[in-house]
Design a protein around this ligand. Structure first.
Ligand code: SF4
Length: 352
């Protein structure tokens, strides 16, 4: 059970209060204080928090705030990308990133400590898997970023991407609980359409996401258009090959009436040729799809490099000419090691 305040949905909070003999009507000011005002310590003096709730907050039965400490923090040269290293109650550390511009910030969140998927180019994959995060620990990351934004930029988070450490669909229930809280209009009220869940192809999770009550965007990391090539970058492809992955994506797109976003990390000499671009077009034919092209963010454990700008443009031209919408994702924040797991990896190395 998850008893931290951040991880309780509105309904779960009402149930907790009722169980303790407090009228559930008190859930409203408390939920607002936790998720809108982002209070942690002085909840009992928040607006609308009346004596019965104050007594409950002081009692043993009350849910407490999620323990999370900011232990590292680095900003990009342009000041818009900021990466946070957060220590959890058991000493585990995860990263969250704020990206964007004033007025439209995106928070990139972690779903696990480490990752079991082992993608070869990824700093988190190179660490291995430690544990899943709880819903509280996922929501608390958003609060951390939002608090800092309000304090430093006067801004606010408009979008959420589950693209930090971990495979979110491998930690399905806590991730969905957290996102349902973050998108609750009685709290932070970030629209579900502004939430993207990134996966390397964890098919049972895609199928469940397709049937989830809220419609979150699906972003699938492809990086290869054949099982042989993709399998060399993403070991999970051996378990769930491309044909099954694309079938699950088509089902999501049809049932949710939504476009699927595909990420293609461009790796020089590995998957950046004209032929690769043409095969990407071929496998996505007929699907409501958008491709995000991401020049490789270099990591210590993977020797390959990003292609030059000209090659990136040529690759994009081929898929654009075929009518497949695409965007080249700028490598913003590379000076803050903004690829997932990189800040933690650097810290581990420094402390060895
Ligand atoms: S890319 Fe994502 S799924 Fe793959 S190892 Fe890294 S965190 Fe895990």
């Amino acid at each position: 059970m998850n008893f931290s305040l951040e991880g309780l949905s509105y309904e779960a909070l009402e149930a907790q209060l009722a169980e303790s003999g407090v009228n559930p009507v008190h859930a409203k000011p408390l939920f607002r204080a936790v998720h809108r005002r982002l209070l942690r310590n002085d909840l009992d003096s928040a607006e609308g928090v009346l004596p019965p709730l104050q007594r409950w907050l002081a009692s043993e039965q009350a849910a407490k705030s999620c323990a999370m400490e900011l232990v590292g923090d680095t900003s990009s040269a342009d000041g818009f990308t900021r990466k946070y290293l957060l220590r959890l109650h058991d000493g585990a550390e995860v990263e969250s990133v704020q990206m964007g511009f004033p007025g439209r910030y995106t928070a990139c969140l972690s779903s696990q400590v480490g990752c079991a998927m082992g993608c070869v180019f990824c700093a988190t994959g190179q660490m291995g898997f430690s544990r899943h995060l709880t819903a509280s620990e996922i929501v608390a990351q958003v609060h951390q970023v939002e608090r800092e934004l309000r304090r430093t930029q006067g801004g606010t988070i408009r979008n959420i991407v589950m693209m930090g450490m971990g495979e979110p669909l491998h930690n399905f229930e806590p991730t969905m609980e957290a996102l349902d809280i973050i998108t609750d209009n009685r709290g932070l009220n970030i629209g579900p359409a502004r939430v993207a869940i990134s996966t390397v192809g964890y098919i049972p999770g895609i199928r469940k996401l397709t049937r989830h009550s809220k419609r979150y965007s699906l972003a699938v990391s492809l990086h290869g258009a054949s099982d042989e090539e993709r399998g060399q970058l993403i070991p999970l492809n051996k378990r769930w090959p491309l044909v099954e992955l694309l079938d699950a994506c088509r089902e999501y797109s049809a049932l949710k009436r939504a476009r699927v976003f595909f990420a293609w990390t461009l790796i020089g000499g590995v998957n950046d040729s004209d032929d690769h671009a043409q095969r990407l077009v071929d496998i996505l034919k007929g699907m409501d799809a958008h491709v995000n092209l991401i020049p490789l963010n270099p990591t210590e454990g993977y020797k390959e490099q990003a292609p030059g700008e000209e090659r990136v443009r040529a690759f994009q031209q081929i898929i654009q000419d075929a009518g497949l919408p695409s965007t080249v994702r700028q490598r913003r924040g590379i000076d803050v090691a903004a690829g997932c797991g990189q800040l933690k990896a650097q810290r581990v190395k420094r402390t060895r």
